[in-house]
Design a protein around this ligand. Structure first.
Ligand code: HEC
Ligand code: HEC
Ligand code: HEC
Ligand code: HEC
Length: 408
């Protein structure tokens, strides 16, 4: 776990560095001559096994080239290709490919199919594009598969720079990468979780969806399981949460700004916090004694109850400065963008242990950032939050807290 998370942090930090060198598309065009054999002169891979680069986000291209060079992403063809590239070369190449039209309309349309090899589907299964679309848009909460649309965008057109576009990518390549994430020959913490929980049939469905998303555009996605079923735990948790209501509100929407809202927070995160208050690894004079009285079962039930409640949000002014820092980080000061872990809508990532921060009380948010910075709160895996917070000034924290509190 620690190892995976360390590499996640390094990966995330390298995203920030990736933005640093600015690329020259014309210089990139010349340098791309060596890439054309496989990725096409128009950035459209010459066959199924060669991914399209046309219109891909520049930051993403740079990040992958660095990963091939360092060996973090292993591929016998790309390793040697990336090894001699300088940071400037990478930036130039990325500027060039990202500027090419997505559909390969630039020149000689080199997307000729040279024969599929790496298909992940067993021969007997007939993949369903409609099932792929449903999984893409809704995920499957019962199997811990996040919906892909939240990161990769509508029909694979991602709006967040660190999430690659999947639109117009070869379906065989998408299937192969999902298999690579699943068997961990390609490492990305989030993608390893989602792909790891996908069956080979799911992967084949996903590839079938990307073969022609327009073909199933009108299909209404089918939810595989209801999102948050009212379980016995939720009902029992409601009764047990009576002692918490004075500070956290009956439905987890704390009326007082110094007490965090618990409504809609992920159950796993809440349980982790309660366990740590009890063990003293997260120190707090009020919550320590409150949590010590709870058994594991109590924690499960109370956490399930709060997770099933809806967070109450208000129209708040927010902060443009905070928003910029949240989405962009700061390259010079090596501040990792918060969006990388807490998500574009601030809802975090349950299974990775990244909490929801959207709509949380502002003074609580600021206090936690301060606690992480001082090391008074140090229950974050591998010091993920402490290392981010250590680089924030007090005014950064004020603006970030304002912005996060305004997110919905
Ligand atoms: C001999 C064939 C070949 C050449 C030449 C080649 N590549 Fe690749 N490239 C590949 C293959 C194969 C992959 C997919 C690797 C995998 O499956 O993980 C790839 C993947 C990539 C990716 C990752 C794409 C993604 O969506 O994750 C980038 C970026 C890339 N290549 C850039 C380049 C650049 C820039 C050059 C020229 C300097 C180049 N490649 C030259 C074969 C090649
Ligand atoms: C929390 C955000 C997030 C979610 C949700 C997510 N992805 Fe990803 N995905 C990423 C990131 C980040 C990468 C790039 C990883 C890297 O840098 O190597 C990626 C990479 C990929 C790639 C490889 C693209 C390429 O060009 O090499 C595929 C394919 C993919 N994701 C498919 C999916 C599918 C299918 C789902 C839904 C089951 C999904 N993703 C859900 C963040 C996400
Ligand atoms: C007297 C007021 C009070 C009561 C009663 C109380 N809490 Fe808290 N709770 C707090 C405060 C203050 C914090 C912030 C602690 C900190 O700053 O680290 C907190 C934090 C938490 C957190 C961490 C939230 C986060 O986002 O990290 C959880 C979980 C929690 N409380 C659950 C409970 C539960 C469950 C109960 C009832 C069994 C309860 N609390 C009762 C005051 C209270
Ligand atoms: C590498 C991933 C990562 C990045 C980047 C990151 N966070 Fe976090 N954050 C976490 C994790 C993990 C936790 C929960 C730690 C724990 O288990 O208690 C957390 C917790 C928090 C909390 C406390 C939430 C609560 O309910 O107590 C706040 C506030 C927060 N982060 C804000 C930010 C801000 C602002 C940024 C950007 C400047 C940021 N984070 C960047 C991973 C990250």
């Amino acid at each position: 776990m620690k190892h995976i998370l360390t590499s996640l942090i390094l990966t995330l930090l390298s995203i920030n560095f990736a933005v640093a060198a600015s690329g020259d598309a014309d210089a990139g065009k010349t340098k791309a001559a060596t890439c054309a054999a496989c990725h096409g002169s128009n950035g459209i891979g010459a066959s199924d096994t060669f991914p399209n680069l046309a219109g891909q986000h520049a930051d993403y291209i740079v990040k992958q080239l660095k990963a091939f060079k360092s060996g973090d992403r292993k591929n016998p063809l790309m390793g040697p290709m990336a090894a001699p590239l300088s940071e400037q070369d990478m930036a130039d190449l990325a500027a060039y490919f990202s500027g090419l039209p997505h559909d390969g309309s630039s020149q000689d349309g080199g997307s000729a199919d040279a024969g599929s090899t790496g298909s992940a589907a067993p021969a007997a299964y007939i993949p369903s594009p409609a099932a792929g679309k449903s999984l893409y848009e809704l995920g499957d909460p019962s199997r811990n598969i996040a919906s892909c649309i939240g990161c990769h965008g509508n029909e694979g057109n991602s709006e967040v720079l660190i999430y690659p576009n999947l639109a117009n990518q070869h379906p065989e390549y998408i299937a192969k990468q999902l298999m690579n994430f699943k068997n961990k020959s390609r490492n990305n913490y989030a993608m390893n979780q989602f792909a790891g929980n996908m069956t080979n049939d799911d992967i084949a469905d996903m590839a079938a969806y990307f073969a022609d998303p327009a073909a199933v555009a009108n299909v209404v996605p089918r939810r595989v399981t209801p999102a948050a079923p009212i379980t016995a735990e939720v009902i029992a948790g409601k009764a047990k949460s009576a002692t918490c209501a004075a500070c956290h509100g009956a439905d987890g929407n704390s009326p007082v700004a110094i007490y965090p809202k618990l409504a809609g927070q992920s159950a796993d995160y809440l349980i982790k916090q309660l366990q740590e208050f009890k063990a003293g690894t997260r120190e707090n004079a009020v919550m320590g004694p409150m949590a010590s009285a709870l058994s594991d079962q109590d924690m499960l039930e109370i956490a399930s109850y709060y997770a099933a409640q809806k967070i109450a949000t208000a129209e708040l002014a927010g902060s443009e400065i905070g928003k910029k820092l949240y989405f962009g980080g700061n390259v010079k000061r090596k501040i990792t963008a918060c969006v990388a872990c807490h998500g574009a809508n601030g809802k975090g990532m349950n299974k990775a242990g990244f909490p929801t921060i959207a709509g949380q009380n502002e003074s609580y948010l600021k206090a936690q950032l301060m606690n992480f910075k001082k090391g008074e709160r140090n229950n974050d895996y591998n010091t993920m939050m402490q290392s981010v917070a250590s680089k924030l000034s007090e005014s950064d924290m004020t603006e970030l807290a304002k912005y996060m509190a305004s997110m919905k």
